[in-house]
Ligand binder design. Structure first.
Ligand code: AP5
Ligand code: MG
Length: 216
């Protein structure tokens, strides 16, 4: 099973991808997570990406396509994968099609998470993750069962993303509408688009996604 999760910042792509990983055993390929790892490791790519990410703009197509192309060749992607935050431009969408065609694979199903802008800002402002295992939480919407302790790994260390501030969120939303939202029409025209109401609570969104996956 190959999927693309499409939606604006804070729509719930990462949250739902983590659940699909657990239910279906295919890896989550988040270009945002991969770029943040490159920034943390201070690689050449990380050094080039940091300022762009902090400004809420997109890292170059060339860099991101190279990262994904290398990643989908790994053995754990043989039975499928979830693309979270990629493709994000029409150039990346074309590259995705070519990468998969070269492996004899069809286009993935694209699941669009639709969420109103005002809600996105609240979600991003309240988001934090476990510093050890990366499990995602929210100050109000998704708290650990025991306060201050990660449900999954028991760590007591959490972190927030440097681009999760209100100013950068505005820039990220503008970037989304300009560069990424054209992909909705692109995949609709190819008969690959499925839309989900991402305004619903997290479990309802998961259930709606599962209904789509059951039909694949
Ligand atoms: P990336 O990391 O992909 O960020 P993003 O697209 O802005 O999306 P987010 O991760 O902010 O949101 P999400 O949809 O994953 O929401 P989440 O599930 O966490 O990219 C970061 C940067 O890297 C980009 O700005 C760019 O610079 C660069 N980059 C990445 N990919 C690139 C590419 N392909 N090309 C070029 N540059 C690229 O949910 C948010 C919060 O809401 C959480 O706290 C969660 O608990 C909560 N929540 C989730 N769902 C619900 C719900 N249904 N109800 C209530 N709360 C919910
Ligand atoms: Mg994410």
């Amino acid at each position: 099973m190959r999927l693309i999760l499409l939606g604006p910042p804070g729509a719930g792509k990462g949250t739902q991808a983590q659940r699909i990983v657990e239910t279906h055993g295919i890896p989550q390929l988040s270009t945002g997570d991969m770029l943040r790892a490159a920034v943390a490791a201070q690689t050449e790519v990380g050094k080039r990406a940091k300022a762009v990410m902090d400004a809420g703009k997109l890292v170059s197509d060339e860099i991101v396509i190279a990262i994904v192309s290398e990643r989908i060749d790994q053995p754990d992607c043989a039975n499928g994968f979830i693309l979270d935050g990629f493709p994000r431009t029409l150039v990346q969408a074309d590259a995705t099609e070519q990468m998969l065609a070269a492996k004899g694979l069809d286009l993935p199903t694209v699941i669009e998470l639709k969420v109103d802008d005002e809600v996105l800002t609240e979600r991003i402002a309240g988001r934090y993750t476990c510093a050890n295992c990366g499990t995602g939480y929210h100050d109000d919407n998704l708290k650990p069962k025991v306060e201050g302790v990660c449900d999954k790994c028991g760590s007591t260390h959490f972190k927030r993303r440097p681009d999760d501030n209100r100013d950068t969120v505005v820039a990220r939303l503008q970037t989304y509408y300009k560069e990424t939202s054209p992909l909705i029409g692109y995949y609709y025209a190819k008969g690959k688009l499925q839309s989900v109401d991402g305004m619903a609570d997290i479990d309802t969104v998961t259930a709606d996604i599962e209904k789509i996956l059951a039909k694949l």
